[in-house]
Design a protein around this ligand. Structure first.
Ligand code: PHE
Length: 330
């Protein structure tokens, strides 16, 4: 029972101190062994022996507790020191992404029309013949279907070739007046400098009582829209044909690259085509059961707008996911 204080003092870690604790205070420890001797000690001496032993035990306990606190404090210090995080350490910064130029352009277009109280409608990309063609005055075997070659599924459904079917769906679901745009992806069998098999359109449709919607309304809103998107350009409406509008027009802006003088981008015409539009054909209203209404519609390609705004020469590069292109739009 000698040198026990020294044993405690020599423990240099919580682990070795734990071993000492078992050795001294454990069930089979040194103190337990001393207490076991009590039963063999004759009556008169028993009390003094027991008192002495208890005092010894209490004193050892004090030593032990002090050592424990000391080692514990050291341990905490060590953990704080070794596991500290150096917040001043350099790390690679998180990469900040950005909107894809097509989406950013789409947002700008949507914002313009939402500010004029147009609702934003959507429809399925896998369409049926009725919504994509038939209801838009494009009967089966009509040669105008050649303008929009598409991808068909075996059951006769198809990938929509334009956002115009959303016009049809909205008119079938709601009553006039209508003031809507329909942004979304569309699909065609096309692939060259200015065409990809998937691209985006924004469709517009305004319908009200007969006589309330005119070509003049269409012309003024689109002219203001194009000035908002492209700045001070000349805008020209050129007669054209769409099966679902009559009369129809294609809309050109003066070339923003050569300011109308003529260059490669505008094929030396001085003009860039940016929109299709027209007065809704009566056959379309017939297909959706609308009577005594008039309306105008327009459709535009978002990639074409993005290309012109950002002067991107090859439309296909918008879909290659090359980070070097995308980084320029942060
Ligand atoms: N849907 C036509 C197209 O994709 C665009 C358009 C929409 C034209 C509405 C006129 C009216 O080519």
């Amino acid at each position: 029972m000698k040198n026990l204080e020294e044993k405690i003092a020599n423990a240099d870690s919580l682990e070795s101190l734990e071993k000492v604790r078992v050795e001294l205070f454990g069930k089979k420890g040194l103190l337990a062994a001393e207490f076991a001797k009590l039963k063999d000690i004759p009556g008169p001496e028993k009390k003094a022996f027991a008192e002495g032993l208890n005092k010894r035990k209490a004193a050892l306990q004090v030593h032990f507790d002090e050592r424990y606190e000391h080692l514990k404090a050291e341990e905490i210090e060590r953990v704080l020191r070794e596991e500290a995080v150096d917040v001043s350490l350099y790390s690679t910064l998180a990469q900040k992404g950005s909107l894809h130029p097509v989406m950013e352009t789409m947002d700008r277009i949507i914002d313009y029309f939402v500010a004029l109280n147009f609702s934003v409608e959507t429809g399925p990309m896998v369409e049926d013949d009725f919504h994509n063609f038939e209801a838009l005055n494009l009967p089966k075997y009509h040669p105008a279907r050649d303008m929009q070659d598409t991808f068909y599924f075996n059951d006769g459904s198809l990938l929509r070739t334009h956002t115009s079917p959303v016009q049809v769906r909205t008119m079938l679901e709601t009553k006039p007046p209508i003031r809507m745009i329909a942004p979304g992806s569309v699909f065609r069998r096309d692939y060259d400098l200015t065409h990809t098999p998937m691209f985006h359109q924004v469709e517009g449709l305004v319908v009200d009582e007969r006589g309330k919607v005119s070509f003049a309304n269409l012309k003024s809103i689109l002219t203001d829209f194009l000035h908002t998107m492209f700045g001070e350009v000349d805008v020209r409406f050129r007669p054209s044909f769409f099966p679902f509008t009559e009369p129809s027009a294609e809309v050109d802006i003066s070339c923003i690259f050569c300011e109308g003088k003529g260059c490669r981008v505008c094929s030396h015409t001085g003009w860039l085509e940016v929109l299709g539009c027209g007065i809704v054909d009566p056959n379309v209203f017939k297909a959706v059961g609308y009577e005594d209404v008039s309306g105008y519609a327009f459709g535009l390609g978002v990639e074409r707008f993005a290309m012109l705004i950002h002067q991107i020469p090859d439309l296909r590069s918008l879909f290659e996911g090359d980070i070097r292109l995308l980084e320029q739009f942060r």
